[in-house]
Design a protein around this ligand. Structure first.
Ligand code: PGA
Length: 236
């Protein structure tokens, strides 16, 4: 069954997140959908949602700490309040905009791994690296596994080429196949594709060999579209 994840980034309020989660939950319940659906709201919109077991709420980020003096961050004390046990780590916006280094990413990974969190771990290359060809692209991606236990049982990977994120330019099937095959040869974990996945291309992408689902930003923020995305992949 496909894994379909929505990354809200800095979108939606507490009110609209609640509506979104309730409606997606109703849809999953009423249609007996078996896909695993993960929603990553903003940290201000985390809550105790009453959901079916295949609808999981995760956090987009948290600091590698239970609690303490880390202005602007949240830790597991805040996540435990809502029984959140799923976290997104290594997203390119955190690496490239917020400046998280591989060392920091790995430290966060290890902290949340020790606590048994489901970790959706993102990797992906910027455009200038893609232009250098497949071999260099793979080398760049493998660097993003330094310090990461790729045998961790609760690990889901997401390949998200930076040039495809939020740009409307989806990677070609050939690009996706090349990278996914290479990663899967080394690491036998569920591997999602992310980067301009849309209602009308999600089925084709998720049907490719070695693609186990999708991590979606922009096209997932509208709840009708997100439900269509789940509908379009329900039997994959
Ligand atoms: P996008 O974002 O779907 O808007 O390209 C994907 C992501 O960043 O996870």
């Amino acid at each position: 069954m496909a894994i379909i994840a929505s990354n809200f980034k800095t979108n939606h309020t507490r009110k609209t997140t609640k509506e979104f989660v309730c409606n997606v939950n109703e849809y999953l319940k009423n249609n007996e959908i078996l896909s695993e659906v993960i929603v990553f709201p903003t940290s201000t919109s985390l809550d105790n949602f009453d959901t079916v077991s295949n609808l999981i709420i995760g956090t987009q980020n948290a600091y590698a700490v239970h609690k303490g003096s880390y202005t602007g961050e949240i830790g597991t004390e805040q996540l435990d309040e809502f029984s959140i046990k799923t976290i997104l780590i290594g997203h390119s916006e955190r690496r490239h905009i917020l400046g998280e280094t591989q060392e920091e990413v790995a430290q966060k990974f290890n902290f949340y791994k020790q606590l048994g969190y489901k970790i959706v771990y993102c990797i992906g290359e910027p455009l200038e690296v893609k232009k250098e060809g497949l071999q260099n692209t793979l080398e760049y991606i493998y660097e993003q596994f330094v310090g990461i236990d790729t045998n961790y049982e609760n690990l889901i990977l997401a390949y998200e080429p930076v040039w495809a994120i939020g740009t409307g330019v989806t990677a070609t099937n050939e690009d996706i196949i090349n990278i996914h095959n290479a990663i899967k040869e080394k690491i036998s974990k569920p591997l999602l594709y992310g980067g301009s996945v849309k209602v009308n291309n999600v089925r084709e992408i998720c049907s490719l060999d070695n693609v186990d689902g999708a991590l979606i930003g922009t096209a997932s923020w509208n709840q009708e579209d997100f439900i269509k995305i789940i509908e379009n992949t329900k039997d994959i």
